[in-house]
Design a protein around this ligand. Structure first.
Ligand code: N9Y
Ligand code: NI
Length: 183
């Protein structure tokens, strides 16, 4: 099982690389990786397991964070309606998004960043994400709220972008308006 020692921390060059597409249909090795990433998130949200293995709770994880530069992400969170969003996706891609932006009021953190970086991180309020699941089917997810934010944080990792790259340097707490973020 993955534990915090497997999580690469900032300063490691892999976090600034553009990760490679995964060969489709997914090979056994990549399927194993995706499953381990999702299992880590579930374990990290289980109080007993998290305490036993000293896991920091995570609601998303990107493959470069475990030292593998491949376009694989895992998300395990709930949305405003309390609906569970639990996915491991290969080659995820934002295919469309709202002009409207949103942000987590408390800012964002990252399992690869062992420090607080204050500031608001602009994210598209709504996105449509395409990707391939563990059983090889291509899906399209229409996201809003927390799931939309998590998927954007993870897909950024695949492009070597850290959450604090998006914080307004001049005024970190100025509520982001519909800034046109070049992707
Ligand atoms: O790339 C992936 N990562 O770095 C793990 C991150 C991903 C999230 C950060 C913001 C959006 C996605 C993660 O899950 N965290 N970051 C460090 C603190 C703990 C945890 C977290 O934010 N938890 C949380 C947040 C809101 C509601 C409930 N739980
Ligand atoms: Ni992160």
């Amino acid at each position: 099982m993955l534990t915090m020692k497997d999580i690469v921390r900032e300063g490691h060059p892999i976090l600034r690389e553009k990760a490679q597409d995964v060969e489709l249909p997914p090979q056994q090795e990549d399927i194993e990786t995706a499953k381990k990433m999702l299992e880590f998130l579930k374990n990290s949200q289980d109080p007993e397991i998290a305490q036993k293995y000293k896991l920091r709770p995570g609601i998303g994880l990107a493959c470069p964070q475990i030292g593998i530069s491949k376009r694989i992400i895992a998300v395990h969170t709930t949305d405003e309606q309390g609906e569970l969003f639990s996915y491991a996706l290969f080659n995820p891609k934002i295919v469309s998004h709202s002009v409207k932006v949103t942000y987590l009021e408390g800012g964002e953190g990252c399992l690869s960043v062992d420090r607080d970086v204050p500031g608001l991180v602009p994210r598209y309020a709504k996105t449509t994400v395409k990707g391939t699941t563990i059983d090889g089917e291509q899906i399209e997810l229409k996201l809003k709220g927390m799931p939309a934010i998590v998927f954007q944080h993870e897909i950024d990792h695949l492009d070597g972008i850290m959450f604090y790259d998006r914080i307004n340097k001049e005024n970190p707490f100025s509520p982001p308006t519909a800034v046109i973020l070049n992707r």
